[in-house]
Design a protein around this ligand. Structure first.
Ligand code: C2E
Ligand code: MG
Ligand code: MG
Ligand code: MG
Length: 279
């Protein structure tokens, strides 16, 4: 295609394309050694009960501080890790690290871990989770795995079977970024999700008064309720947004209004403080 594209237009962009490809190559090389060099860590964002304001858990969010590139956003390096087939070892480290940390939190506080579709193509992930729970002593029901709708795009690829085996361990599943991807609802009735996470884009649009977004949130809340699932509103940044999603019936909330992703020690201190106050 590039050969017969011809003309000057294509060539004008070539240096830029080349520079981007080169940057990706260098990033990928750095990412290959990020784990062993100790450049990865997890930040923990509070998840709160919408009605009572009680802390219910934290979402573990991966952070990379590269010696060469500084802080790299997950929006950039997660897709790169997926393409470079690095997501399995990195994802396994995330599961082990998050379970070890959550085992030190007060009894009911959960940890949610994001899982890429590729990780579910490999039954080895079930072993990773089983071993992480056994080694750390974290009860399975305190681990929540977040997957996106894209997992269901290629049904029959084994991912659904891996999900079933994970559910059999007793872990919880939640459906992340709901409404941004694949639009078929069949899988919702066939997979035992504990909760649906409503993407921040809907929360923000609804807060601006967009009627379609409001209608979608209402519909998702009703659907989740009838299927016995919780709903988490993502990306709640203001008190007004909190009030809105609570009125819409969302059961949990997460966002900068309740807390940014925190360093591990701060998350632990917050969990302990919340318990002390509740007692
Ligand atoms: P996500 O799972 O939907 O995580 C929520 C993202 O929204 C996080 O971005 C979080 O920092 C951000 N966020 C939370 N509250 C607010 C808010 O009030 N306002 C705004 N503007 N943003 C908010 P982050 O940490 O940059 O992560 C981006 C995505 O990268 C995650 O989206 C997830 O899909 C992926 N990711 C992060 N950690 C992992 C991981 O360990 N494994 C995998 N496979 N993916 C991960
Ligand atoms: Mg998530
Ligand atoms: Mg999300
Ligand atoms: Mg997201």
């Amino acid at each position: 295609r590039s050969k017969d594209a011809g003309g000057g237009v294509f060539h004008a962009y070539e240096p830029k394309l080349h520079a981007e490809a080169e940057e990706r190559r260098l990033l990928e090389m750095a990412l290959r050694t990020a784990l062993e060099r100790g450049e990865l860590h997890l930040a923990y964002q509070p998840v709160v009960d919408a009605g009572t304001g009680q802390l219910t858990g934290f979402e573990a969010l991966l952070r990379w501080h590269s010696a060469e590139f500084g802080n790299v956003s997950p929006a950039k390096f997660i897709p790169l890790a997926e393409e470079a087939r690095l997501i399995a070892p990195i994802g396994a480290w995330v599961v082990r690290t998050a379970c070890a940390e959550a085992a030190r939190w007060p009894g009911h506080v959960r940890v949610a871990v994001n899982v890429s579709p590729d990780q579910l193509q490999d039954a080895g992930f079930v072993t990773t989770v089983t071993q992480a729970l056994a080694t750390t002593g974290l009860p399975a029901e305190r681990l929540e795995l977040e997957v996106t709708e894209s997992v269901f795009m290629h049904e029959g690829t084994g991912a659904v079977r891996v999900l079933e085996r994970l559910l059999d361990l007793g872990v919880r599943l939640s459906l992340d970024d709901f409404g941004t991807g694949y639009s078929s609802l069949g899988y919702l009735s066939r997979t035992r999700f504990s909760s649906i996470k409503i993407d921040r884009s809907f929360v923000q649009a609804a807060a601006k008064g967009e009627r379609e977004a409001l209608a979608i949130i209402r519909a998702v809340v009703a659907l989740a309720r009838s299927l016995g699932m919780a709903t988490t509103a993502e990306g709640v940044e203001t008190q007004a947004e909190h009030r809105m999603v609570e009125e819409l019936g969302c059961t949990k909330v997460q966002g900068y209004f309740f807390g940014r992703p925190l360093p591990v020690e701060e998350a632990r201190a917050l969990a302990n403080r919340r318990i002390a106050h509740a007692a």
